[in-house]
Design a protein around this ligand. Sequence first.
Ligand SMILES: Nc1nc2c(ncn2[C@@H]2O[C@H](COP(=O)(O)OP(=O)(O)O)[C@@H](O)[C@H]2O)c(=O)[nH]1
Ligand SMILES: [Mg+2]
Length: 372
Amino acid sequence: MKVSWRTLPTVLLEDEILDKAFSRAKKAADRVDDSDRTFRVRKQMNRMVQTAADIISTSLMDTVNTWPSLDQSPRFDVSMIDACVGCDDYRHHLSILQWGSKQVLNIAGQNSKKIIRTGRIELMHEARREAYGRISSIMRRVKPSLEWLNESREVLKRLPTIDQVLPCVVICGAPNVGKSAFISALSSGNMEVNHYPFTTKQIHVGHFTHRRLQYQLVDTPGLLDRPMEKRNDIELQAISALEHLGSLVLFLIDESQNCGTSIEEQLSLLEDVKYLLPGTDLLIVSSKADLLDPKPENWEEVKLNEERWIEDGSEGEPELPLLYDFNGRVTMSALENVGMESMKLEIVRRVKDSNVYDPMELPEGWYRSDLE
Ligand SMILES: Nc1nc2c(ncn2[C@@H]2O[C@H](COP(=O)(O)OP(=O)(O)O)[C@@H](O)[C@H]2O)c(=O)[nH]1
Ligand SMILES: [Mg+2]
């Protein structure tokens, strides 16, 4: 399900809504034509109250109906929203708009009755004034929610877009182990760079296609590449959002230690990642195979098999041999492009096995109940 966070329309603020409603109401009253003064004023006052209330109620409910229901949103989005603006606040402020809309319509109904039932012109005016006063005071109570929603819109517009239906592989490991190089080498087209709305942190997404299915490769610089204790709450929430996303986690280890992080530190980060993303299948991959000493024993064999597969049109899903390092870990070289095709096929197999995604499955709680 694609949620349209990016296209949420602006939320009109309290004074904008009131100006629009009252000026339209005035115009509607001006169009009333009746030679009998009492009938004319009655119609005018009635028209003013009804028009103003309709415009306000529609404006509020438009926002309620355009903003995605959290119950129907993918879990990654919900986690991100919780981290960015808070799900409870999100629900609360939308429900205030819904409440405001009902109140305004009630007020219009009550004061309409007063206008219709009286024969005295000054009472008709008074009932209209009273309705405007009560509507304005309801709007004063809705005002903070409109402001909150308008500010949140600026944040939500920048939510990273990751397709929840497509398989997604989270690539992590210490800085400089070769994550970006790995994603670029496997991806067709450019890497998309999104910002997390609440930090300077970015999220990088690359794609490759295998048998018409697109696989997303996600890198989160600054989030899953540092020791645990340095992460703040919001970052932890962003990480927990990833948990709902990944079909597979690839943890890259640079055994050549060219990256500036010791093996011990890299392994300790691996423990953090296991702890932070417990539900996701994990594959440990050793990077920069070309720098390994000794070189992987089956380097030439893997290279030949990959070249042949590409020459033959990269069809089917053969079990190409994986490249292994001297510790028996799967490895690859993004630089020399060896072990990459066999790694891609391994990713495809792993994702298929984990089988966590089902395009036909309805999200949990897909019915709308969050505003009741
Ligand atoms: N020799 C070699 N260097 C690599 C390989 N992959 C990445 N690098 C280098 O390692 C450094 C860090 O790579 P990068 O992809 O930016 O790491 P990231 O911080 O994990 O994204 C860069 O200088 C890369 O050129 C590889 O397979 N072989
Ligand atoms: Mg990088």
